[in-house]
Design a protein around this ligand. Structure first.
Ligand code: AMP
Length: 223
């Protein structure tokens, strides 16, 4: 099963992708996480990407496509994958098509998690992350038991630099202009599934699972 999780920043893509990845035992490939890892490690890709990420802009297509190609060719992606945060431009979607062809696969579905602009702002401003295990919390909806401390490993939570107010508006604008056209792109290809993300994590997951379970067995079966 080759799934794309689509939606605005903080729609809940990562949280839902992680849940799906556990249910079907397929890797969760999140370009934002991969880029942040490169930034932390100070690799050439990370140094280049940081210039764009810090300003809420998209990293150049060729760099991101290279990163995704590397991950989708891995053995653990043989039975499928959940893409999160990719593609983000029509040209990335075209590159993904080429990649799928080369691998003899097809995208199974694009799950579009829809969230209102007000909700996006509230979620982003409340988002906190554990630096050790990458677990995502939200101070309003899903707070840790002790403020600012990870429930699982006791690390001090942090706020992503690009979740700060000055950058958030730019990210939403970039989503509207560069990424949203993909909704029509995938709808035309009859791949788009609309899911309302303005609900609790479990409720959104249940709706996604309801869709996945309604598909023929071949859809979710290992490759
Ligand atoms: P995310 O964690 O998905 O919100 O991504 C954080 C940042 O990483 C974005 O604001 C972009 O700067 C960069 N990024 C992640 N995925 C992509 C992509 N597919 N194309 C270009 N830039 C990306």
């Amino acid at each position: 099963m080759q799934l794309i999780l689509f939606g605005p920043p903080a729609a809940g893509k990562s949280t839902q992708a992680e849940l799906i990845s556990k249910v079907y035992d397929i890797p969760h490939v999140a370009t934002g996480d991969l880029l942040r890892q490169d930034v932390r490690e100070g690799t050439p890709i990370g140094r280049e990407a940081k210039k764009y990420m810090d300003r809420g802009l998209l990293v150049p297509d060729d760099l991101v496509v290279r990163l995704v190609r590397e991950h989708l060719k891995r053995r653990d992606a043989m039975n499928g994958f959940v893409l999160d945060g990719f593609p983000r431009t029509v040209s990335q979607a075209a590159a993904l098509n080429g990649l799928m062809k080369a691998l003899g696969r097809e995208i199974s579905a694009v799950i579009d998690i829809e969230v209102s602009d007000e909700e996006v702002l509230r979620r982003i401003s409340g988002r906190r992350i554990c630096p050790t295990c990458d677990k995502i919390y939200n101070v309003y909806y899903n707070p840790p038991q002790v403020p600012d401390i990870c429930d699982d490993d006791g690390s001090k939570l942090y706020q992503r630099d690009d979740d700060r107010e000055a950058v958030v508006e730019r990210r939403i604008e970039v989503y509207d202009v560069q990424t949203k056209p993909l909704i029509a792109y995938y709808r035309r290809r009859d791949l788009l599934i609309d899911i309302s993300g303005d609900k609790a994590i479990d409720a959104v997951h249940a709706e996604i699972m309801c869709f996945l379970k309604s598909m023929p067995e071949s859809f979710t079966a290992p490759f």
